[in-house]
Design a protein around this ligand. Sequence first.
Ligand code: F3S
Length: 747
Amino acid sequence: MPIEIAEHAGFCVGVAQAVDRALVVARDAKAQGIFCCSLGDLIHNAAEVKRLSREGLIPVTQVSQAEGAVLVIRSHGVSREVLAQAKAIARQVVDCTCPFVARVHELADSFCASSAPVVLVGDAKHPEMVGTAGWCHGDVHFISMPDQVAQLPDGLDHALVLCQTTFPPPLWEEITKALLARFPGITVRSTICGATRVRQTEALELAKRSDVMIVVGSRDSANTRKLYETCMTACKKTYLVESVLELPAHWGIIKRQRIGVTAGASTPAQILREVIDSMNDMELQDNFHPENEQATPQVQEPEVTPAETAQEPVSPAVEQPAQPKAEAQPSFMDQVAASMARIHNGQTVTGKVVQITDDEVCVNIGYKSDGLIKRSELVDQDVQLGDEIDVEVVKVNDGDGNVILSQRNIVNRKQWDELMQKYEANEFVDAVGKEAVKGGLLASINGVRAFIPASHLSQRYVEKISQFVGQPMKLKIIEVDASKKRVVASRKEVIAAENASKKDTVWQALEEGAIVKGIVRRFASFGAFVDLGGVDGLIHVSDLSWNRSAVPSDILQLNQEVEVKILSLDRERERIQLGYKQLQPKPWDNVEEKYPVGGIITRPVVRIRPFGAFVELEPGVDGLVHISQVSPTRINKVEDVLTPGQEVSVKILAVDPEARRISLSIREALEDIAFDYSMDIPGGEYYHEHEGTAEQGEAGQEYHDALAGDASQAQEMENSGEQPAEELMADQTPDGEAPSHEEAPAQ
Ligand code: F3S
């Protein structure tokens, strides 16, 4: 006899809560000698009501009977007025209104605050509907069938439509269709309880695949009656039994068919268990009855060899039916026991979502009561009815008979475990800055809170910790207190490790002589530092420009991307010498073309020396005007007629690119240029002064003497030690040839 018990059978969450809580309250009141009552039967089940009475919960019909007593409001709820009355006269009111019914009251109360009318779909006499009507502020109209829509008065376009929590969903759909057709502006809110919907859907499916359906529950229960009606639509052999005593007598026939069993939301597990127990016993009895042996086609007798038969001569009447029963189907009690699982705090169980409200989700976990998850404890906020989810039992009983569940605890535990694995493996973790607090920053590592001390935020001092709030970052966990679930982490260590790794990579890629790109990061008096992608190299000032007097910040700019040549690498001391000028055109290239001998150009004086003046032809290319070539007249000191920065016209006397020497002459330039007496000629005053006078001849003579005496003058200076030897190399040439730039003394 294959028997299938509906997955969701018996107490719904609302009834289970009410019964558990009422029991605690009643026992407590009884112990204190206080009268405890419920307004009406706590549930629609006479046996259970009797049991509760024995525990001290006495049903009363009027609120006035609860004066000075502890009054329990049942899961159907009551009207606002009755509740106020109860609170006024009872010693204590224990409101066990089902949360889903309470939600309907809220909807009615808030929507109808402006006295808008309400259409209540359901049984007008049912206590739940009576209670809900008592929360409406405007006119209330009851209907329960689609054809009653036509009888409603006009003017309900702005009405609210609510329904009884146990109303059959298909009928509700028909009625709302009719309502919307007549009143298009009407507001429809489906308040059918998910537990009802799930039970009815399951029962219908079960009825479709069963030959016989047994619905266990009270005929007074709307919920049970509707289950019965639903099952009848799919299975004509549906029996509603209130207790074991009402089981069909012709069990011998039933036993050979597929049996489905379900129970109403107000059916105690005990009654369901008794019914199933009894079916079990009856099945066994039937199996023992020889008449039924032939009529049990699905029972497969095991093949028994003659030898086995000889060894174990058992009575076929007793043994044969028993063997296949044990193999084919577990006993009903096993099924019930399996469906009523034991649970404990901290246990992870899989359950099915049976109810969803704004505040919580109800999950069937196979326990006598469904479990509740508050929204805040729900990770998957988009959970749907019928979804299977893993939950943790936080409390088997919160004192009100509720099983409290959490989905977040499971996720948190998984996240913590993953975090600890990363901590042990020294792996970095992703985090987001959450809050600047005293001494550091709080960050979230995938939901786990971590503290980052200020000194671990960065490699440099952090002035404004709040700048990290909302910022993603990588962290290294440096300390853990597993018992308090506390984590201390460091961002600085991550940066240090990343930099070290970057450096390694960069160093491995560097080669002497290679040309690489970098960013100018800072200047010093001796050069510029360039970031090569994690490591800094130095361009010494001497490698910055062909112009020896270059200032780093005149040539480069901060954050400028530059191409540089790696001149040398010192891996041990982590020093990189870079060259910039090496990649720039050499100014001495083509100087002969650029500065042909005999040409006259105007350029600034850049340095003055005892033996002459250096004139900058272009950055990196200086020419020398020997003292003898400075002025048409004899002078004692170059600085008497020239000053640095002064623009002078010079004639190119000689160009030696190899030696990097260019000899210049101001004197010859003057001679070549059409003589203008008004010109500001260095030393010209002297010449001008003496021109056309008796002294002219003397002066000319002196001038020529000076020219002739250049070499000996330089020699003299050398001998006197007034001039560095390398400078003298230039001076020793009578024609005033300049020293090479490499040989020229530094400024
Ligand atoms: Fe509540 Fe639904 Fe039960 S409304 S009492 S959970 S049937």
